[in-house]
Design a protein around this ligand. Structure first.
Ligand code: ACO
Length: 324
């Protein structure tokens, strides 16, 4: 049988680290009150990274991709499919994937973006796996990259403290051995309004609000429920029991959501990769950033069973179970 397997991971954070304290001081100048204490207690976040003006998702994606290619022992020329998950593309069109392809100096292979907000990486990995198993690609670059700082409303303390910028990437290669074991993707468009950036370009103007809007409590409640279901469904599909799971790499939105998922999977927190404290929520980039972090720390090792799971705007959610 033909499978797909991750053969290299990479990630990149822009150099500007902004601590909760620094962000609180910045917001205080506008008369907006928040504190390190509040942010840590409600979310587990202590810092995030923000890209400088002029740096786009494609720039972060290229840096993460180069590291993933290096780890995989190949070059951009060896890649025959590029998928970028992002909700903060450089342009309305063409896709960020096409811009990344050009910046990597290669031309010709298919390249496209996947838009599923914070579930974007899980969606992109599932699409790449399906294309590899179908024989339409043999070595794919799958990237999650975001500059969420560009769509944050820095007058809204309930959202601007939660997100950060960054990118993560994997090289996924055709293999005789199983890598991606199973995946589960879902969406429920009834919940478009609870997490969205409603603005759009119309007649040369932006109509509607171009900044992120979120009903945090509604998102929290939905997220906890759907993640539990998706996690159990993907384990069952793969024929893997909870106790055979070596690592959970969840979307890094909020440490409380991660605690809840871990509890429901009867998984101790030392099997959960958590980077939200240092990265904040980087949307589609959060899972590949956390995965790369854990691989480079020597935590996640070849042969281990790893679950990735994401949830975000749409409402979208999903999980991928893989053998590293
Ligand atoms: N600093 C200080 N106080 C704040 C801040 C802040 N940054 N933000 C809100 N508050 C205040 C509120 O105004 C409110 O005050 P009030 O009681 O006087 O009205 C109080 O804190 C409590 O607000 P709640 O919204 O009830 O706080 P909650 O405990 O629900 O935490 C949070 C809010 C962190 C957004 C939480 O709902 C959450 O994490 N939701 C999930 C959202 C999420 O993770 N989204 C990410 C995108 S989707 C995804 O990736 C899953």
């Amino acid at each position: 049988a033909r499978y797909s397997r991750i053969i290299g991971t990479g990630s990149y954070l822009p150099p500007r680290r902004v601590s909760n304290q620094a962000l609180a001081e910045q917001l205080a100048q506008k008369g907006i009150k928040t504190s390190d204490e509040w942010i840590v207690e409600r979310t587990g976040i202590r810092a995030r990274y923000f890209a400088d003006p002029g740096v786009g998702s494609s720039d972060l994606a290229v840096q993460a991709s180069l590291k993933a290619l290096e780890a995989a022992g190949c070059t951009a020329e060896d890649i025959d499919l590029i998928i970028v998950a992002t909700s903060t593309p450089d342009m309305v069109f063409p896709s960020t994937a096409c811009i990344v392809q050009n910046k990597l100096g290669v031309h010709g292979c298919p390249a496209f973006d996947v838009q599923a907000v914070c579930s974007g990486f899980v969606y992109a990995l599932t699409v790449a796996d399906a294309m590899i198993r179908a024989g339409s690609a043999s070595r794919a670059l799958v990237v999650g990259s975001e500059v969420f700082s560009r769509i944050l409303d820095f007058n809204d303390r309930t959202t601007c403290v939660l997100f950060g910028d960054g990118a993560g990437a994997v090289v996924l290669q055709a293999s005789d051995e199983p890598g991606i074991l199973a995946s589960e993707l879902h969406a429920d468009g009834r919940h478009v309004d609870i997490l969205c950036v409603p603005g759009h370009v119309d007649g040369g103007q932006i109509l509607g609000d171009p900044l992120l809007k979120m009903d945090g409590q509604a998102v929290f409640k939905l997220a906890v429920g759907v993640l539990e279901k998706a996690a159990h469904a993907v384990l069952e599909k793969a024929g893997i029991s909870e106790s055979q799971l070596d690592w959970l790499v969840p979307h890094q939105a909020n440490i409380r959501i991660m605690h809840s998922t871990a509890r429901k999977l009867k998984l101790p927190m030392d099997k959960v990769v958590a980077t939200v404290e240092e990265h904040g929520n980087t949307s589609a980039a959060s899972i590949p950033l956390a995965l790369d972090h854990a691989v480079r720390q020597g935590q996640i090792k070849r042969g281990q069973n790893v679950m990735l799971e994401g949830v975000g705007g749409g409402f979208t959610w999903g999980a991928v179970l893989l053998k590293m």
